[in-house]
Design a protein around this ligand. Structure first.
Ligand SMILES: Nc1ncnc2c1ncn2[C@@H]1O[C@H](COP(=O)(O)OP(=O)(O)OP(=O)(O)O)[C@@H](O)[C@H]1O
Ligand SMILES: [Mg+2]
Length: 272
């Protein structure tokens, strides 16, 4: 099971668009995928046609010790998971009301370990977990740094985005120095000199940059109209091809899994 967080402490850079399309592409390639919506906005689950749960990921994370003891490990999580219209793609939505999540977490012992513990309960059920993160730097973000195997970091080619990238690097240096950071440029408009210049300069000094540029595309904005991933209604579009390429790059960086499932997915991706 490989856990990838999609995170940058800056809003509107395409985190949710990437998380949703990446999760869908991985499922189409044959992986068993769980997308966890860690943002109280609930956009990722909504875009995949799911509804917020009365008991979603916030309730599971903030459950007090001893709560839910009557359930077998993983059962509470499994009961909150929703299937989507697409085979092998499941969603663990954010709760309908998650206003108090940070305050609830702050009252618990070891709140930063909660997410990792929750994911451990899912071992063996999924090949890939995709975490759609909120843009904040609160406790939940720290929990993501502890739980993820790697972070995919969407950057719009702008100075503000690059400033957020530096903040993230500082945070990770302090809290998760071993965590691989994989930046990827999103909302790219190659006709703009500023975009070309910033990307070229960044690529020169950041070898972990994903070698794929996600274009600014109307198809991505239309996901809300269809409540579906781009490939389902704009197959073959530049945006759909870019998300598919991003998945291939991610797969190339995903270590082989002991049960070989991701290896199988690799084969089916190549075939399909
Ligand atoms: N590649 C793209 N091309 C065009 N529009 C995009 C693209 N990616 C995202 N958008 C649009 O930009 C807006 C923000 O995207 P998204 O919600 O994915 O960002 P986010 O980083 O998850 O934001 P937040 O920090 O609020 O969660 C949305 O309206 C979305 O439709
Ligand atoms: Mg988002």
């Amino acid at each position: 099971m490989h856990v990838v967080g999609v995170y940058l402490p800056k809003g509107g850079v395409g985190k949710t668009a990437i998380a949703v399309n990446l999760a869908h592409t991985a499922a189409v390639a044959g992986e068993r995928v769980l997308l966890i919506d860690l943002d109280p906005q609930g956009a990722a689950a909504w875009l995949l046609g799911c509804t917020p749960g009365s008991r979603g990921v916030a309730g599971l994370l903030a459950a007090g010790a001893g709560e839910g003891r009557r359930l077998a490990p993983g059962e509470a999580v499994a009961s909150a998971v929703q299937a989507t219209a697409w085979p092998r793609l499941h969603v663990l939505p954010m709760d309908l009301d998650a206003r108090h999540l940070e305050a609830d977490l702050a009252r618990l012992d070891h709140p930063r370990r909660r997410l990792r513990r929750l994911l451990a309960e899912l071992a063996g059920r999924y090949d890939r977990i995709v975490l759609d993160c909120a843009p904040s730097m609160a406790l939940l973000a720290d929990a993501v740094l502890k739980a993820a195997d790697a972070l995919l970091v969407p950057l719009v080619p702008s100075h503000l985005s690059l400033a957020a990238w530096e903040r993230l690097r500082e945070l990770c240096a302090e809290r998760a120095p071993e965590l691989p950071l994989w930046p990827v440029f999103s909302l790219v408009d190659r006709r703009r000199a500023l975009h070309r210049d910033l990307i070229t300069a960044f690529a020169r000094v950041h070898p972990t940059l994903m070698p794929v540029y996600l274009p600014s595309a109307a198809a991505v904005e239309r996901m809300g109209e269809h409540r579906a991933p781009v490939a389902t209604f704009a197959a073959g579009s530049p945006a759909a091809r870019a998300f598919s390429e991003l998945y291939r790059c991610l797969l190339a960086r995903t270590p082989a899994q002991p049960n070989g499932r991701l290896g199988e997915a690799d084969g089916s991706a190549a075939a399909g």
